[in-house]
Design a protein around this ligand. Structure first.
Ligand code: ARG
Length: 704
């Protein structure tokens, strides 16, 4: 017997499944046999007694889970951090455990009232004593970890649990002697798995498969080279034995019904202190501020979801609810994250939602210098479509040329400071780029419930994708808006794929252009080729557009068209020479509507007008898009995404595609101004023209 190891247990006199606080307890209320539980517990007790001294705490009526002494607290040396149970059902155990610790000479630390932490169920020392692994996500709060580090003077590594079957760290993770680790990786998020892999070399990791994990194989008591657990598979047994451990299996099925097994039934109260290990914790926190119609708009929900989804936790420290319908709310939320990196990821997502991060005191943005042309310093702030401001020398500067996926370049001139969005490839040596997340905010115009619901507003249509039923209504709205833009001398850009031609939309789009509803056209090689094929030969990709059937030899048509246009020198020249007499490209040329065709690897030809240099094409797209009020995206995923990235928030977007996935992807700009329509694009265009005609006749009636 190893005399210096002591383990605390609690006899199952009052054990039963009386309530449900984890998935294992579901359907098991009063289903465990008292007799068998006692027998199984006794067996475990006798096994452990061979290797350690077992201390007992008196079981108490009314707290059936008290058998799980792992949750009493977390001990290191003479110090113990007492548990604060998450569920009221177990909070009654706290005073009994506290009393036992005090009577046995421990120094008891107690966490703040509303900060749950479930002891050694959620915090496990590396068996070499080098650090403490601490779990969070279900029962223990991330914010308890800094206390553990401080009070126990140890390094804390936070691991996030993501599978509710493995709600305590000790249900899926067990550090073993000699730096080995028995664990079930799928119970953790990817950041945590990365951390585990960084600290535990591959040859020391014993991976538990799901079949064993659900039998609580990781819930193991490890004393030197002995491991004691519920039944496991021969395969796992062999893998553990190979590492030099003696495996002892003992049935604990009655306790599995409450969601616990061997390790949960024990608490090691002798944990040796290493002199050279000291407090260290990577958990960081920050306060963010949000303002606006936080509840109305669902912004508050979304922000808190982001925090949790990304592996952080939060505490709302201030919430000032706007009482009137039109008054905005403000909130201050303290965010905690397991590391600076996770924190930065969370904060940048919150910035996208319009939150402002306020470190201790407001600070300027951090800048770093570009040392290689076309390459940004790491950790640069990646821009979004939202209007952004950067704090420089104490002042908030508005970023110009806002677009998605760029970096922010700061220039200080005599006349002042400028902040500009730039693509990575355009960065020049010596330029200063914003890094990190300090001193950055995005500006959202707070819309009240009324504003957002005004029927004549375009935003009325917001709220994502619509199919069939709402299409007509939406088209009516779009027609109204396009008419309005045209009357005001505004600008509509059309991004179109060849499907527009295949679905018979060519004549409609041609009419839109002819009638002044389109101010620029963006697409690829194909739309122009098939449009001109149709006007020259009546087919689109060899299919007769009137009869809808393939024409013999039709597959060569488009190449003949390309050849003819190449001979002419350009599309405009082909129109001027009378080769092309109708269609979309014809109307563009005739009405002086600028267009840009961006090439791709699959292009035949290409047409002389097609930009095969994609950087040039992107630049031309972006030039043509300047000042656009509305963009119609017609069945072209790639060109539309490209356009979406170049376009700042505030530009209305209509995405039409028969494939809902494309529409969802494109219309999900998290902004009110984009709308998705799932329908045949030819049909959409024909409806749109009908609506525009209606508006015109109404208008003519009104003035006549
Ligand atoms: N029914 C108990 C609970 O849900 C089981 C505790 C298991 N203990 C453990 N250390 N995993 O809290």
């Amino acid at each position: 017997m190893t005399q210096d190891i002591r383990i605390l247990m609690c006899a199952p006199d009052h054990y039963d499944v009386d309530y449900v606080i984890n998935p294992w307890m579901e359907g098991n209320i009063h289903k465990s046999s008292q007799e068998r539980a006692v027998e199984q517990w006794e067996k475990l007790y006798h096994i452990i007694k061979e290797y350690a001294i077992v201390d007992l705490v008196t079981p108490q009526k009314g707290v059936p889970d008290m058998v799980f002494t792992a949750n009493a607290g977390l001990v290191l040396g003479d110090n113990v951090v007492l548990s604060r149970f998450y569920h009221p059902e177990r909070q009654g155990e706290e005073p009994f455990f506290k009393q036992w610790f005090e009577e046995n000479g421990f120094n008891v630390y107690e966490l703040p009232k509303d900060l749950p932490f479930e002891g050694a169920g959620d915090a496990l020392f590396d068996r070499e004593g080098r650090w403490l692994w601490a779990g969070y996500g279900f029962r223990s709060e991330l914010d308890s970890h800094p206390y553990l580090a401080k009070w126990l003077d140890t390094e804390v590594l936070s691991l996030r649990l993501i599978d509710n079957r493995f709600y305590h760290l000790d249900t899926c993770f067990c550090p073993l002697t000699d730096g080995y680790l028995l664990y079930y990786p799928s119970a953790f998020d990817s950041y945590s798995n990365g951390l585990i892999e960084m600290r535990v070399p591959e040859e020391k990791r014993i991976i538990v498969e799901e079949a064993d994990a659900v039998n609580f194989a990781c819930n193991t008591v490890n004393i030197n080279d002995v491991v004691i657990m519920n039944k496991i598979t021969p395969d796992l047994e062999q893998r553990i034995t190979e590492k030099g451990f003696k495996v002892i299996q003992t049935p604990l099925t009655e306790f599995l019904k409450a969601g616990g097994a061997a390790k949960c039934l024990t608490l090691r109260v002798t944990e040796p202190i290493l002199d050279d290990v000291h407090a260290n914790v990577t958990v960081t926190s920050r306060v963010i501020k949000m303002e606006g119609h936080l509840l109305d708009s669902g912004l508050m929900n979304r922000a808190l979801d982001v925090v949790v989804k990304e592996g952080g936790s939060f505490k709302v420290i201030n919430f000032d609810l706007g009482v009137e319908r039109q008054s905005p709310s403000t909130a201050e939320v303290r965010i905690s994250a397991p590391s600076v990196q996770v924190m930065e990821d969370i904060i940048s997502l919150l910035i996208d939602l319009g939150a402002v991060s306020t470190p201790e005191k407001e600070s300027d943005a951090n800048l770093e210098t570009v040392i290689k042309a076309g390459v940004s310093p790491d950790d640069f702030y990646v821009t979004t479509i939202y209007p952004t401001e950067v704090r420089i020398n104490g002042y908030w500067e508005r970023v110009t040329k806002q677009r998605m996926d760029g970096a922010i370049v700061i220039e200080e001139h005599q006349e002042g400071v400028t902040a500009t969005c730039k693509l990575l490839r355009d960065l020049e040596v010596g330029e200063k780029v914003v890094v990190g997340v300090d001193g950055i905010r995005t500006v959202r115009s707070p819309k009240s419930r009324e504003q957002r619901n005004q029927p004549q507003e375009f935003s009325f249509m917001s709220g994502g994708v619509s199919s069939e039923r709402r299409v007509e209504l939406l088209v009516e709205q779009i027609a109204w808006e396009m008419r309005h833009i045209r009357d005001q001398g505004g600008k509509v850009a059309v991004v179109a794929g060849p499907v527009v031609i295949h679905t018979g939309g060519s004549e409609h789009l041609s009419r839109l252009i002819r009638n002044g509803y389109v101010q620029c056209l963006l697409g690829g090689n194909a739309i122009a080729v098939h449009d001109m094929e149709q006007s020259m030969m009546g087919t689109s990709l060899g299919v007769d557009m009137r009869k809808g059937i393939p024409v013999r030899g039709g597959h060569r048509h488009h190449l003949k068209v390309i050849n003819a246009v190449r001979r002419a020198g350009s599309i405009a020249e082909a129109v001027n020479q009378g080769l092309i007499t109708k269609g979309i490209m014809y109307e563009c040329v005739k009405n002086n509507i600028p267009f840009c065709l961006a090439g791709s690897i699959r292009d035949d030809g290409p047409l002389p007008d097609t930009y095969m240099d994609l950087i040039k094409a992107q630049e031309e797209y972006s030039r043509l898009l300047k000042g656009t009020d509305m963009i119609l995206m017609l069945s072209s995923m790639l060109h539309s995404i490209g356009v979406g990235n170049m376009t700042p928030a505030g530009v209305k977007m209509v995405c039409v595609d028969i494939n809902p996935a494309v529409v969802t992807k494109l219309s999900d700009r998290g902004s009110v101004e984009s709308v998705g329509i799932v329908t045949d694009v030819g049909l959409f265009l024909s409806l749109l023209l009908q609506q525009l005609d209606k508006l015109t006749s109404r208008y003519e009636l009104a003035i006549s």
